[in-house]
Write a protein that binds this ligand. Structure first.
Ligand SMILES: *[C@@H]1O[C@H](CO)[C@@H](O)[C@H](O)[C@H]1NC(C)=O
Length: 188
């Protein structure tokens, strides 16, 4: 009996908290107050991305591919990546982060084009722990080409912008590539 009244009391308390408190939310959504934009800043980042398909320790591995097609990444190939990014073009240069995610070979014509779903995270300096989200087509026969930055984490929350990519080097046979990334983003 005592237990039962304790339970009822507890429920009354919970219900009261739901109706009178704005801290505890009892719906899956909250009110939408007007959004006051803060002054945004522009950040430029410059690094090299190493996409290595060959050898014993590839940083890019096919996880699915279509039955037909030629070359290292024929149409329909889905590749998972954990590509190191470095300050300079050599792999021995300081590692500043990694590009993790995947890309799919997504063009049926002669001009190989990828679509990238990649999070580029930084592991040193001011932006250690922050990352930018890239969701974009990547027409790799164009030099330079542009990728879209659609968001980010950490200091790059709400980021948006673009990346100008130059192919620094490309092995036509095995697909290994070093790409120069010039990032321009705005964020709070
Ligand atoms: C980056 O941040 C991690 C986690 O806070 C820390 O362990 C690491 O030492 C930092 N690296 C550098 C180079 O600052």
């Amino acid at each position: 009996m005592e237990n039962k009244s304790m339970m009822i009391l507890a429920w009354i308390l919970v219900l009261n908290i739901c109706t009178i408190s704005s801290v505890v939310q009892c719906e899956y959504y909250s009110q939408s107050p007007p959004y006051k934009p803060v002054l945004e800043q522009k950040t430029n980042l410059h690094f090299y991305l190493h996409d290595i398909l060959s050898g014993k320790n590839p940083t890019a591995v096919p996880i699915a591919r279509a039955a037909s097609g030629q070359g290292p990444v024929p149409f329909g190939t889905l590749v998972a990546i954990d590509d190191p990014i470095t300050e300079g073009p050599e792999l021995t240069s300081a590692v500043v982060g990694n590009a993790r995610g995947m890309y799919v070979s997504a063009s049926q014509d002669a001009n190989l084009a990828l679509v990238m779903y990649v999070d580029i995270g930084f592991t040193s300096g001011k932006f250690n722990g922050s990352s930018i989200s890239v969701f974009s087509r990547n027409p790799i026969t164009e030099n330079p080409r542009e990728l879209a930055v659609v968001g980010g984490r950490g200091l790059f929350r709400f980021a948006k912008g673009f990346i100008t990519v130059h192919t620094h080097s490309l092995d036509q046979i095995n697909g290994d590539a070093v790409l120069e990334y010039n990032v321009e983003i705005v964020h709070p």
